[in-house]
Design a protein around this ligand. Sequence first.
Ligand code: I3P
Length: 303
Amino acid sequence: MPDEGSSSDGAVLLTVSGHTNSFWRVSDSEIWKLTDAPERDMLVRLMESPELRQLVPTYVRDVPLEHWRGREPDAASVCVQLQDLTASFGDSPCVMDIKLGVRTFLEDEVSNPKVRADLLAKMDKLDSSEATESERASGGITKLRYMQFRERASTSSSLGYRLEGLQAARAGPGEANGSAPAQVDMPSKEKLSKINTEEAVEELLRRFIMADKPLKEQYLQRLKAIHATLSSCQMFSEHQFINTSLLFVHDAAWQRCGVWMIDFSKARPASRPLLHTIPWELGNQEDGYLFGLSNLIRLWERL
Ligand code: I3P
């Protein structure tokens, strides 16, 4: 989640869950993001859709890589200038990242035999009893195995969404006198990875909005509007939105909120129209996005 450290020229480095050192705040309203060509291409395509461009951060331009000063770019890196979605939410925005969909990997991964020791180590850290003896003997696991383990260990498989990151602050009575909002205690990404019941998600959602009814209603209306837009959008039906998230943002005084679709590195065109509601089978390219969004809306209604 955003965690700021100043650079020498006034740009601010942001660390967002899962994207260490991949963001710089370069003005009051824009960031640079170090990403890859598929995400840039998808953002450009999204800007051409009158419906979808309202739901995603505005893509401004490509930035020459030599201007980037966060983590070391690799040969495939691309730097883009984007709208800063937290910009109008004060100094301590409350931010939540929910990954949508039942499938979080590209279909190509099914035929990728590469065994990775780093993914076995990450799986072990989350659940040391998960790896089989033969996986240990081969020294690693495939990305497919890891991603499906993460889906099953969380609510992705069962509900089509999972909590990826949470940060919240509460503006106290002293804020008018200049005191900073107090941070609300939230689980780490590792703890969030193991949340696999709707009830546990519900408890954290309540904590995120501080059981504030008007804020709950604002978020609910936004989620319903996103669902309605996506359900009738041709471009949405023509793409797999794999491993993308919804970013929830509100200010520490709970006055305003927004929800946007983010993280398009694994979004890909589909070769046939998708429903986004039916189970994935190899070759059908479905992602379960609307299945997850409907479940999330139902849960939000209960808050
Ligand atoms: C990572 C996460 C990333 C994924 C990465 C996973 O798992 O799913 O989205 O990158 O794959 O390791 P975790 O959240 O548990 O850390 P992609 O979106 O590029 O697939 P990677 O290890 O191949 O980078």
